[in-house]
Design a protein around this ligand. Structure first.
Ligand code: AFP
Length: 315
């Protein structure tokens, strides 16, 4: 049997065994799958991109690349025709978009191309997706049923969770996703840290936390892309990413709906945790589309240590 056919057979068996066994509802399994497949079309767009500005700004006043808008369009269309999605909220859209007939059971949030400002540097970037069962204006822990991210790097990988562990698929040369890591589980403690923000704009507690990590010889790993930075912490089974409150943005830079909730969902499923420095990210209620939060996310030891430094300095 040719290797290609063998690969394909193994892939189908892996996919069915893995996704069937973890008890994911058929519609949700198919929706996750369709979003993962969209990653192939977005990746093709990245490869033909010329980093041309689209001449538009998003809700946050950020310049939109034509790539941002085309990735958003690809995703929205795929979700619209999936038949499973009632509403679509995206970092590139000014408001929530009704894309279904009003009876579908899922609400999807998307950062279609996070880190797109890195495209010209050829660093890895990604797509971040949250899947909710009810309105997205709730606590993540109550509304979320799944999350996934796709990393466009030397390989295209998709990490997802539907509430039964975190698992990684890699796109093989036949253009099929093959299960590569199942039930990813982080250690209690890691050895890398990703510190976003400008240190002199951060609180004393935050600076003391970073100094602690450096005194413990943690290695600095920061690319400026949330997806590859989180993916590194997950695949290396430990470490911490932070984008704290800073002077000009007391709520930090990263968006709750489009970046923090999906990654918190996946990291928790891998045995890690995610906080704003005091409360779990998934326990925070979403009131606005563009809601941001400071974030400390990764293995348990480092996140708890961050909370300790922040509360001691706040006292
Ligand atoms: P872009 O999507 O504008 O490239 O921003 C990426 C991002 O939202 C997130 O992916 C990074 O973790 C963070 O910004 C990096 O921010 P700094 O450039 O301030 O470090």
């Amino acid at each position: 049997m040719g290797e290609g056919i063998c690969d394909y057979t193994r892939f189908i068996v892996d996919l069915r065994r893995h996704m069937w066994l973890d008890g994911v509802e058929t519609e949700l399994r198919r929706l996750i799958w369709q979003i993962a497949v969209t990653g192939k079309y977005i990746s093709a767009k990245i490869h033909e991109s010329n980093r041309k500005l689209a001449g538009f700004q998003n809700l946050y006043g950020e310049e939109q690349l034509s790539l941002d808008r085309s990735s958003d369009e690809i995703l929205k269309n795929q979700l619209q025709y999936s038949g499973f999605v009632r509403e679509y909220a995206s970092e590139e859209q000014d408001q929530v978009v009704e894309i279904g007939k009003g009876t579908e059971q899922y609400f999807v949030t998307a950062d279609p191309l996070d880190g797109s400002s890195l495209v010209d540097t050829n660093l890895a970037i990604g797509t971040i997706i949250g899947i909710h069962k009810e309105s997205i204006f709730a606590r993540g822990r109550d509304s979320m049923v799944a999350a996934l991210y796709i990393t466009y790097g030397p390989l295209i990988t998709m990490v997802y969770s539907a509430g039964k562990g975190a698992h990684e698929f890699v796109l093989n040369r036949e253009g099929e996703y093959v299960l590569s890591q199942e039930n990813i589980t982080m250690k209690e403690k890691g050895s890398i840290y990703s510190p976003g923000g400008i240190r002199k704009d951060c609180s004393l507690g935050h600076c003391r936390f970073l100094e602690y990590l450096e005194s413990e010889r943690y290695k600095l790993r920061y690319s400026g892309g949330f997806v590859p930075d989180i993916n590194q912490i997950l695949i290396k089974r430990g470490g911490v990413f932070t984008y704290p409150a800073v002077q000009k943005s007391p709520n930090g830079k990263l968006r709750m709906l489009f970046e923090l909730q999906p990654m918190a969902f996946i990291v928790e499923q891998a045995g890690g945790c995610a906080t704003n420095g005091r409360d779990d990210i998934l326990s925070l209620k979403i009131d606005e589309l563009d809601q941001r939060s400071p974030v400390y996310i990764g293995s348990r030891f480092e996140v708890e240590k961050a909370k300790e430094f922040l509360s001691n300095s706040a006292a």
